[in-house]
Design a protein around this ligand. Structure first.
Ligand code: ADP
Ligand code: DP6
Length: 320
């Protein structure tokens, strides 16, 4: 289909099993460590772009100025001839609250711009551009279990196992819908500059990544649970030991962790992962998801439970 200056794309957030937190020096938004995530089904960003006299952005129904989006478009225009854009985008889940709206947001935006203006990007190139907007967005271009690694000195994201390979449930306990006070970009730079644990994080994450990849390939739930919880806790050890400290957790976050540990002691296979925000993401077998959702819903302070699975990469839904 010829590109005529308009397109809509849908992309999903992802949750990292082995987290990214810290960048290499220099341009290009290159993670300092490998990461491994699952792209989620059940929540999504829908983004429509259209040629316009000047850039304007409507996020969740309100016109906003967003420095990250503006910087991304400026970078894209150093390589491609892209006119002014009217961008309308909606996240059907809380924005800026630790549910990876930046990942689905930049994956959807890159995919829509590519389709609308005929940039002709393949998946790998689209992912590399999405990474410049937000590194976790590189992973949301693809579905299933997705790695973001350095190969030949270039960060590259790719699916390492399909959703069908291991269709886990991801149940999200929303502990607060409030926007986080310190964004990921700032938080990880603060950790790099000030946390005494940062060096240990960058070295040990390579081992975590290898262990998690092995566990995914072997569908070894206990092994994945151990390393994924460790990576998540280690990320929060970094934020807590940054100066000044960043506490992303709410009281209900801690209560949910205890509730999930209790479920595990009672024999249910479940583990928790927390990103830069208070929400708790519980991984389990599909058969255990009802029980996990009920346990999270019963935690005082959990406002809402969102049932997700492992989902597809970013797609174009309309182009003209
Ligand atoms: P989150 O935990 O939701 O990823 P961040 O603070 O890391 O929160 O990212 C929020 C930023 O992501 C926003 O300021 C904006 O730059 C970007 N973002 C969020 N939603 C969208 C969207 N739908 N389209 C484009 N960018 C988005
Ligand atoms: C905790 O990808 O939002 O979700 O590249 O600066 O935009 P920038 O950061 P971002 O950070 C994601 C951090 C995380 C862990 C992860 O998704 O791997």
């Amino acid at each position: 289909m010829a590109a005529r200056g308009m397109a809509t794309a849908v992309a999903h957030p992802n949750v990292a099993l082995v987290k990214y937190w810290g960048k290499q020096a220099g341009a290009g938004n290159r993670p300092a460590t490998p990461s491994l995530s699952v792209t989620l089904s059940g929540i999504a960003t829908t983004t429509r772009v259209e040629a316009a006299p000047a850039d304007r952005l409507w996020l969740n129904g309100e016109e906003v100025q967003d420095a990250k989006v503006a910087g991304f478009l400026a970078e894209l225009r150093t390589a491609f001839d892209i006119p002014g854009l009217a961008i309308t985008t909606d996240n059907d889940f809380p924005t800026g609250a630790g549910l990876a709206s930046s990942a689905s947001g930049f994956a959807a935006l890159t995919t829509a711009v590519d389709a609308a203006f005929g940039l002709g990007l393949g998946g790998t190139e689209r992912s590399a551009w999405a990474r410049r907007g937000s590194a976790s967005a590189a992973r949301s271009i693809f579905g299933g279990f997705v790695a973001l690694v350095e190969r030949d000195m270039e960060p590259i994201a790719e699916t390492v196992a399909s959703a069908e390979h291991w269709p886990l449930a991801v149940t999200v306990g929303v502990a607060s819908r409030r926007m986080k006070s310190v964004g990921s970009t700032e938080g990880m730079e603060r950790a790099r500059a000030t946390s005494p644990f940062y060096k240990a994080w960058t070295t040990s994450t390579h081992d975590d990544f290898a262990a998690a990849l092995r566990a995914v390939r072997a569908r070894d739930f206990d092994a994945l649970a151990e390393v994924a919880e460790h990576s998540s806790m280690k990320l929060h050890a970094l934020t807590l030991t940054s100066r000044p400290a960043i506490v992303y957790w709410a009281p209900a976050t801690v209560a949910a962790l205890h509730a999930l540990a209790q479920l595990r002691r009672a024999g249910t296979g479940v583990f928790a992962s927390i990103d830069a925000g208070p929400q708790v993401k519980a991984f389990s077998a599909l058969d255990d998801a009802d029980e996990v959702a009920e346990a999270l819903a019963n935690v005082p302070g959990i406002e809402r439970v969102i049932r997700c699975g492992i989902g597809p990469g970013a797609v174009v839904t309309e182009a003209g």
